[in-house]
Design a protein around this ligand. Structure first.
Ligand code: AMP
Ligand code: GLY
Length: 418
């Protein structure tokens, strides 16, 4: 059973369904895409007890959790207590994402490279400190804020307004009880995501995502408008170095704090002149990175998930295909602001067979038609022998899929080919 209903979860369910060990896949709540390869269960990812009950009633032998919120709420602890095999970190381990202050304290204590910054729980002290910082300056809410809790301020006024919003108006609720004020780093960002059983760390192929809604990184932030893997600027030596200097030390640091970290660990890295800095840790697979990573996995996905749960990841070798993936998100008009739902999607079967269409905000109508049901609607992923070929495949077919007002970025992975 895969928990979640986005493009990431469709990609997870798709890889799981390909395993020779798997008879049947459930997705809760899933979408119109997962309905084609699995049975959707109409249960919210936060309804942990009901999910546990259905897992037991249906004899589900493996659960994998997509989104961060159920992890932060302790879904893994609950399933463990019920004897249901589950892939993901426990509630205390998920703090590496659910509290930026926790993650920052851990990095500072264990010398894991991160931006220079300071933590505040007093608004007055934060305000005074902010006044003295060079611009741009980065203000981060401590808790989960659906990817909106980090603001890069280009003026003192914007910085003060941001701080007021987070700490006084509590626009993110208690997630804004504390803030981190960071120096601004420039460079290239990469997401390095690894499997870990708390001892061994095996990285996936790296990926880059695009957070801004419009081309050339213009407009507001979104949940992600596209991704590609692997970036040329992050070769095998850097993967090895980042595993040795960042991912392994983080897992060991957690162990030193008495926390066994199992599942996936996602490091959002900034690469500046060959040196890394950790911008964030996440306790789960990235979205939309996963859609561009999993098609490159050659090994049996379920073997890896079970090795993590059983604590014998050291006995596994993960194989990746050579080649590359480029994923472009098709979003509703108006996203990330207000948008319409319920628009029919045409042409889903007209794209090339070697493209993957991962669904996110979609719903299968009783009439058999697929309708839009969210802001990010689909990820169209092309696989090729290199980024240029993968990119060409996606963009030559994307206009075959259509829904009213559909918007997508035209520049995903463009920097790799010019
Ligand atoms: P986070 O959730 O911490 O990864 O932050 C979201 C995004 O904000 C990152 O992907 C970066 O693009 C940006 N960001 C976060 N921290 C910094 C920083 N110290 N310097 C520059 N950009 C940052
Ligand atoms: N793509 C960013 C994230 O999954 O947090």
């Amino acid at each position: 059973m895969v928990i979640g209903g986005g493009g990431r979860e469709h990609a997870l369910a798709w890889q799981i369904a390909r395993s020779s060990r798997v008879e049947k896949v459930f997705v809760a709540p899933g979408n119109a895409g997962t309905a084609l390869i699995a049975e959707n269960l109409d249960i919210l990812p936060t309804d942990i007890k009901t999910l546990g009950k259905i897992a037991q009633d249906r004899g589900i032998e493996l659960v994998i959790v997509g989104p961060e919120i159920p992890l932060a709420l302790g879904i893994v602890d609950y399933f463990d207590s019920q004897g249901i095999p589950v892939f993901g970190p426990t509630k205390v381990a998920a703090q590496i994402e659910s509290s930026k202050v926790f993650a920052r304290n851990l990095m500072v204590k264990y010398h894991i490279p991160c931006p220079r910054g300071k933590i505040f729980s007093s608004y007055v002290e934060a305000h005074t400190y902010l006044e003295q910082q060079r611009l741009p300056v980065v203000v981060k809410a401590d808790g989960l804020a659906a990817g909106k809790g980090v603001i890069i301020a280009n003026s003192k006024e914007q910085a003060a307004k941001t701080l007021d919003g987070i700490m006084k108006a509590k626009c993110f609720g208690s997630a804004g009880d504390k803030v981190i004020i960071d120096e601004y780093l420039s460079g290239r960002e990469v997401s390095l995501i690894a499997f870990t059983d708390g001892k061994t760390v095996l990285p996936m192929v790296p990926a880059c995502d695009y957070k801004k809604v419009w081309d050339n990184d213009q407009g507001p932030n979104t949940g992600g408008m596209g991704s590609y893997s692997p970036p040329e600027f992050f070769p095998a030596e850097l993967i090895e170095k980042a595993t040795k200097d960042i991912l392994l030390p983080a897992v060991r640091a957690m162990a030193s704090e008495g926390i066994s970290y199992k599942g996936v660990l996602y490091a959002g890295l900034m690469l500046t002149d060959g040196e890394f800095s950790v911008l964030e840790f996440n306790c789960r697979f990235g979205d939309p990175e996963t859609q561009a990573i999993l098609p490159l996995l050659k090994s049996d996905f379920v073997d890896i998930l079970l090795a993590v749960i059983q604590g014998n990841l050291n006995q596994i070798k993960i194989e990746w295909r050579s080649g590359a993936c480029v994923g472009v998100v098709m979003a509703s008009a108006g996203y990330p602001g207000n948008y319409k739902k319920g628009l029919p999607i045409r042409g889903l079967n007209e794209v090339g067979k070697d493209l993957s269409v991962f669904h996110a905000g979609t719903r299968l109508g009783n009439d058999g038609i697929v309708y839009t049901n969210g802001g990010r609607v689909l990820s169209l992923v092309g696989t090729g022998k290199n980024v240029a070929e993968a990119r060409e495949k996606v963009y030559s077919d994307i206009s075959k899929i259509y829904f009213e007002g559909c918007q997508y970025r035209k520049d995903i992975a463009l920097r790799e080919v010019i």
